[in-house]
Design a protein around this ligand. Sequence first.
Ligand SMILES: [Zn+2]
Length: 292
Amino acid sequence: MQPLTFADVTVERVVEAEGPGFAPGFLLPDSDLDLIAAERDWLEPHFFDPATERLIQSQHTFVVRTPHHTILVDTCVGNDKDRPSSKAWHHMDTPYLEKLGALGLAPEAVDFVLCTHLHVDHVGWNTRLEDGRWVPTFPNAKYLFHREEMAFWEEHGDYVGQGYGASDGFYEDSVLPVMAAGQGVLVAGDHAIDDRLRLEPTPGHSPGHVVMHLDSGEGRAVFSGDMLHHPIQVAQPTWNSRYCWDPEMSAAARSAFVERHTDSEVTILAAHFAAPTAGRIVSAGSRRRFQV
Ligand SMILES: [Zn+2]
C-alpha cells in the first residue's frame, strides 16, 4: 500500500505476512465457487490467485499519525508465540519491528495501540519475549481495548479451538501482560482517541469488535478490522468467516457496513486485504465491488 494522506493525517502499513492462503470454502464456509468466479474480473490479480484458486490475504498493522498521536491499529500474530493450532503462526520470526523502524518509528514513539478485537492475529505484537517473559512491545503506549471485548475474553481466554477465534493462549501472552504493566485502558465502543479518530462498536465477528473512523476534515477512512475478511464479501456481504462469533449479527453488521459505504468517499482499510489494500466500495448496476 502506498502511504496515504488525509490532510494532516498519514496512514502506512506494516506487513507481517501476505499471499495466497485459504481456499474460499475454508475461510468462508457459505461461499460458492460459481459466485466467486463471477467476480474474478475485479478480484484478480490482487485478491484471488487463479493458479492455486486461493484467496490472497494479508496480516498487517496500520500506522496512523495525526498531528497529536501515533497509533497502531491491530498487531498481527507476533514473534515467538506458541500457536500449535496454526503451522504458519507457530513461533513466527519476522522482521516486523525492523519494518516499523524503516518507517522511522521506534517502539518508544507509539502513543496508542488499538486492537479492533481480541483475536490471535490482532494482538500478537502487543508483547514480545524478553528474558523468557512477555513484556509490552511499545513501552510508552496506552493499549485501547473495548470493555465488552475484554469482558468476553476474561471468561473465554483459555478457550482452544476455532469457533469465535482460535485462542492458543493469546489472552495470556498478548493481553494480560499489557494489563499487568498498567498500559491497558478499557474504553467504550464509541471512544474518541483524538479529534481525528473515533471508534464505533460493530459487534458480530466478536462480541466487542470495533471499527475506527478517521475524519481529517478533508478526507475520511474507516479501519474496518475483520468486518470484512476478504473483498469478495463486498459482493457477498452475508458470507461469514469461519471465525465469526455470532453468524446472524456478523452478517447483518457486514451488510449494513457495505450498504453504508457503497459509492461513498470513505476509504476502506481492512485488516486482511492484500496490497494495494486501500480502496472504496463502488456499485455497478446491482453489483458491488471493491475498487483499489
Ligand atoms: Zn483477523
